[in-house]
Design a protein around this ligand. Structure first.
Ligand code: GDP
Ligand code: GDP
Length: 434
């Protein structure tokens, strides 16, 4: 399991700047999406061979600014669950009463907190840091998040107790790993019960547990699956026993560990920040995705048509993702999820021979040449696969750093169409070899 780092601090100390620094090398798709980036709070990051999940908790200590209570509650839960808390303060502003208040709250949690003093660029570091020793968190980490200064070293220090990433060894027995995620009350538990309750399903006896999520292996029509149950359905003894607290971290870990994410949303509610933040995280990790709009029952034809149009518009930036309208309660449309899950899995795990990819690339270039850059044409020569889940296509040529965005989109579409990739993002990496 990846360690989780929570960024905490009052507004304007530089939390989102640090967040962006840590996650910057990731999928450009997320950065392209207006509405997702602004509110994006969960990130997938890797520094010096160690990957981790980073959460910008945003809300703490902002009470006078009236941020909405459920998000603040989510922030607090995230902090409680995180392994590492980075408490950010602003070297230029000096120690403020709000910092002292946050420090008190963090001490009450009795967890490991690292004090990070940001914006040390262009000022005398020693003087700037002196003030903050009073907070009593031991060693101070001076950084300039907007310049990237000190960031790698700080992360290395705080992650020192954690091992480097290991090669993931897939257990062939687990089949297709599906994470059912979504915010509270959208119907995750109902869907899990529906999926496992089908006649055709054989649920195996030995669920595994990792960090609170339960892994339920089962078989359906000869195919093995493992359901990652973030809602904790299987742990509840009786149906009406209280539902476990929704856990952001449980959800993020499940996404990272899945092959295919089924994101559940409620047809009767509008899409909120929490949905978009989670969606942003799923896109960033590159996981295959199927969207299930639940509670489709009991709607009039007019409401259904309106919803269908609305969803099409909202998700038109994700043309490769299948959107299903389901009723977990009545079972309508639930079985139809499987072909989409299967297709997304096959697409995410695809292996394509290099000769085929070279041919595809050559054809694509012939159809539509890359542009000239300062009088020289960009040349794209070879292509091979660099990884899967999501599929990564590595393209070699010259001046590849100048390949424009729309040409990358064009190539992505060529690969998508030719290889029939659905439900998974596609990553392209360019390498210049002259
Ligand atoms: P947040 O509210 O804690 O997320 O803070 P932001 O990341 O939005 O940063 C608040 C302001 O501080 C922005 O104008 C940033 O450009 C600026 N800022 C962030 N990091 C640094 C830094 O290392 N040095 C300087 N000089 N400014 C920074
Ligand atoms: P979770 O918190 O995401 O696990 O959500 P639950 O599965 O506990 O469902 C929350 C509420 O929505 C419960 O009262 C369910 O009965 C109800 N619900 C779930 N699926 C459906 C559905 O398809 N239609 C309707 N009308 N209600 C549903």
């Amino acid at each position: 399991m990846k360690p989780v780092i929570a960024l905490v601090g009052r507004p304007n100390v530089g939390k989102s700047t640090l967040f962006n620094q840590l996650t910057k090398s990731r999928d450009a798709l997320v950065a392209d999406l207006p509405g997702l980036t602004r509110d994006r709070k969960y990130g997938d990051a890797c520094v010096e061979g160690k990957s981790f999940i980073v959460i910008d908790t945003g809300g703490i200590g902002e009470s006078e600014q009236g941020i909405d209570a459920p998000m603040a509650e989510q922030s607090r839960l995230a902090i409680e669950e995180a392994e590492i808390v980075l408490f950010l303060v602003d070297a230029r502003a000096g120690l403020t009463p709000a910092d002292i208040q946050i420090a008190t709250e963090l001490r009450a949690l009795s967890k490991q907190v690292h004090l990070v003093v940001n914006k040390i660029d262009g000022i005398q570091e020693e003087v700037a840091l002196a003030d903050f020793h009073r907070l009593g968190f031991g060693e101070l980490h001076g950084i300039a998040a907007s310049h990237g200064r000190g960031v790698t070293q700080m992360i290395e220090t705080v992650l020192a107790p954690f091992p480097e990433d290991e090669e993931v060894v897939e257990d062939p027995e687990s089949g297709i790993k599906i994470a059912i995620v979504g915010r509270p009350n959208v119907g995750k538990s109902t869907l899990v019960n529906r999926l496992l309750g089908e006649d055709r399903v054989v649920v195996y006896d030995m669920p595994g547990t990792t960090r609170d999520s339960i892994y339920i292996p089962y078989e359906r029509q000869g195919q093995r699956y493992t359901l990652i149950d973030t809602a904790g359905v299987r742990r509840r003894g009786r149906i009406n026993e209280s539902v476990e607290k929704f856990s952001v971290i449980k959800t993020l870990q499940a996404v990272k560990d899945a092959h295919v994410v089924v994101m559940v949303m409620d047809a009767h509610e509008s899409i909120v920040d929490q949905d978009l933040n989670l969606l942003g995280f799923v896109l960033e990790t590159g996981r295959a995705l199927v969207i299930a709009i639940n509670k489709w029952d009991g709607m009039t034809d007019y409401e259904r048509q309106t919803l269908r149009n609305d969803m099409q518009r909202r998700f038109d930036f994700l043309p490769y993702v299948k959107i299903h309208l389901i009723s977990a309660k009545h079972g309508t449309g639930v079985g139809d999820l499987y072909p989409s899950i299967r297709r997304a899995y096959d697409s995410a795990m695809i292996r394509v021979p290099t000769s085929r990819l070279n041919q595809l690339l050559a054809d694509a270039v012939e159809q539509h040449q890359p542009p000239l850059v300062s009088g020289r044409r960009i040349k794209l020569r070879f292509c091979h696969m660099g990884g899967h889940n999501p599929p990564l296509f590595v393209i070699h040529g010259n001046q590849t750093e100048s390949v424009p965005k729309d040409y990358k989109r064009y190539l992505e579409n060529v690969f998508r169409k030719a290889l029939k990739l659905q439900g998974t993002p596609v990553h392209l990496e360019f390498k210049t070899s002259d």
